[in-house]
Every structure is written in C-alpha cells, then in structure tokens.
Design a protein around this ligand. Structure first.
Ligand SMILES: *Cc1c(COP(=O)(O)O)cnc(C)c1O
Length: 371
C-alpha cells in the first residue's frame, strides 16, 4: 500500500499547461496573471480590494503595518498557531499578548481576548485554526466597541465562511496563505483583503520597496517597503486552483464526515467541532489522550504507511517567547492541545477508504495502549 501523506496539493494538467505558457511568454514575474488572480480573489471576497503577495506571512506583515501597529503597541493573539502569527508582531516592534484558546474550537477564546484589552492594545489578531472561523459577529462587535483594528489570520481559512458570508468578504484586514499545504496553493504565496480602496496604494507601496509613480521622474519612494510581490508563474497556479475551490471544499467536508463516522470515540481522543457550515476543513486534527506520547503515535502511524502532522506546539513556549517573558502554565488549554494534537491525512485526492485505513490504524495503535 502506498504511503498516505497528511496532505498533498492537487494541481491539474490544465494548470501545468497554463504555467508552461506563462514560462514561454517572456513575462514571468508580477504581471497580467497576478492582476487576473487578484480580480478573481476579489470576486470571492465580495468585491473588496485584494492584493496578491508572495506569502501569507507577508500578508500579516503588511496588514500590521496598514493597521498602524508599531513599537510600544500590543496585539492580542492566540498561542496555538503557526509561529508566523506571533513572529510578525515581534518583527513589527510590537508586543504579542497571548490569551488562551477555547478547548472546544481550539481558537482564541473571545471572552479572554476581550478581558486582555488594555490601553496599549492596537489590534486583534485571531487565527482560524484548521479553517474554523471564530464568531465573527462577536469579534467585530468587541473590536468596534473598543475601537481596535482587526487582522484576521485566515491563512488556513480560504473557502471558509461565517454564517453564509465568505471569509474575506466582510470585516477589516484579512490575510490568506497559498502555501503548498493550504486548501488553494500557488506553491508559495498569499493575499491580503483590504477594508477600503484607500488602502490599495499604501499596500502596493509596502509590497514593492515603497515605490510609487508619483515622483518627478515617474518614480518616488517615501517608505522602506519590502519585496513581497507574487510572480506570474505562481499566480497562474492560483488561477488554475480557484475554479476548483468549491469542489475541494466539498470533498474535504465529505472526508471529514467520514472521519466522524469511522473514528472510534472510545479511544479517548478529542475530536474537532462538527462544523459543516463554516469550516473549509483545512485539517482534521485529533487531540491524543494525555497518557499516549505523540511521538510514538506518529512513529507507529508512519510504520503503517500514514503521515501525521503536528499543527502546532504552543508558540509562547519557544525560546524567543520565553525570552520575552512567557512561561509554562500561562495558557493551559493551548499547552495541553499543543502537546497532544495530531493532524490526520485530509486532502481532496483522498478517498473514503483512505479515511477508514487511518481510523483503523489509529484504533489499533491507541487501543493497545489500554492493555
Ligand atoms: C500558513 C500559515 C501562515 C503563514 O503563511 P505562509 O504562506 O507560509 O507565509 C500564517 N498563519 C497560519 C495560521 C498559517 O497556517
């Protein structure tokens, strides 16, 4: 039986042909493909302005800058995310203020988030782990009443929605990632959804060295922008992916349903919330029983030909964040989940028989632990 990875991108032949055409065209960096990709993304985001970038991290960095986050500011976020979420806050010279997650959703606990708002708080940075959004109505009512900016880390939530509205189609700043493992990919890439047309010019400046066309020689630079533009090669991959978004999401949901039907609940694992309305099912993650070492589970699953991922260890326990003053015991839910969470295989090319195989292998490995 062939090895089943925890994820695998689905690039079709039409996309590969299209990429070859871009490569032969003579224009391979940012150009017409990027423009077309941005227009297609904007359409999916309710017509709001969207700019393509070379990573989701770039979208978070530019988002913080557009939100006016700088030295001395605090940004409230979750410790249970990819480390990029917190690193961008540190990079901006601001201080990450972590609050614990809700153990049911594994996302930032909005009541704790509200309680953590202080005089230095500038922005809220929620993460939609595994594609499950937080309660956006509540999030934005808190942000509005406390006059705070919101930067949504929707890196994993492209194709998710909140009560019928696509993530990105409402709200403040929204960051997406198109990394190879995400639901839609450009190999590496990302995008930012902007709240207003007036953010477009500042965003474009930050994207490419601060250059504008306003100067006397047709070029001016007034901010030290970065190098965050997407290539046409990558954008063409994205254009091949977008028409398949609905199909990918439907397939992921069907596979997740199969997991709920087949996963043995007597094993003592924590399962994700059964959300088939909002989540794009970026991942299917179980929290292993405390007594079972995760490394052993991953090794035994690998022996059975199945890849298992770890997303993610709690950020505040990394050396950098300990140096910033964080310590063990501050966010017990994130710490416990971060130690025991395991990402099971879930990607559009999988079949329900693959899910059954994963469930059978997990049951065999975890039930032996009882003996
Ligand atoms: C993938 C990811 C990012 C970063 O995206 P890149 O494209 O890898 O830079 C940020 N936050 C979360 C939650 C992610 O999953």
């Amino acid at each position: 039986m062939s090895f089943l990875p925890f994820t695998r991108p689905a690039i079709d032949e039409e996309t590969i042909t299209g990429v070859a055409e871009v490569l032969r065209s003579g224009w391979i960096t940012s150009g017409p493909q990027v423009k077309a990709f941005e227009a297609a993304l904007s359409k999916l985001c309710g017509g709001r302005p969207v700019r393509a970038l070379n990573s989701g991290t770039a979208a978070l960095e530019i988002g913080l800058e557009l939100a006016g986050v700088g030295a001395g500011d605090e940004v409230i976020t979750t410790p249970l995310s990819w480390v990029a979420t917190a690193n961008v806050i540190v990079q901006a010279g601001a201080r990450p203020v972590f609050v614990d997650v809700d153990p049911a959703t594994r996302n930032i606990d909005l009541a704790k988030m509200e309680a953590a708002i202080g005089p230095r708080t500038k922005a809220l940075l929620p993460v939609y782990l595994a594609g499950l959004p937080v309660d956006l109505d509540r999030l934005y009512s808190i942000a509005a009443s406390r006059k705070l900016r919101v930067l949504e880390d929707a890196a994993q939530a492209f194709g998710s929605s909140w009560r019928g509205t696509a993530i990105g189609a409402r709200g403040d700043l929204v960051a997406f990632s198109f990394h190879a493992n995400k639901n839609i990919t450009t190999a590496e890439g990302g995008a930012i959804v902007l709240p207003s047309e007036s953010d477009v010019a500042p965003c474009e400046k930050l994207r490419l060295q601060g250059v504008t066309r306003s100067g006397e020689d047709g070029m001016e630079v007034d901010v030290a922008g970065g190098k965050f533009n997407l290539t046409d090669v990558a954008a063409r991959i994205g254009l091949g992916q977008l028409p398949r978004l609905a199909e990918f999401t439907a397939k992921r949901r069907a596979l997740a349903r199969r997991y709920f039907a087949r996963f043995d609940r007597s094993l003592g694992c924590g399962l994700p919330p059964e959300d088939f309305e909002n989540s794009n099912w970026h991942m299917f993650q179980v929290v292993l029983p405390e007594r079972f070492p995760r490394a052993q589970f991953i090794a035994r699953m690998r022996e059975a030909g199945i890849g298992v991922g770890v997303h993610y260890p709690a950020i505040h326990l990394f050396a950098l964040y300990r140096r910033l003053g964080f310590r063990e015991g501050q966010f017990p839910n994130a710490e416990r989940i971060g130690r025991a969470i395991a990402t099971l295989p879930l990607f559009p090319a999988m079949e329900s028989a693959d899910v059954d195989r994963v469930c059978d292998a997990a049951a065999k490995i975890l039930s032996k632990a009882h003996a």
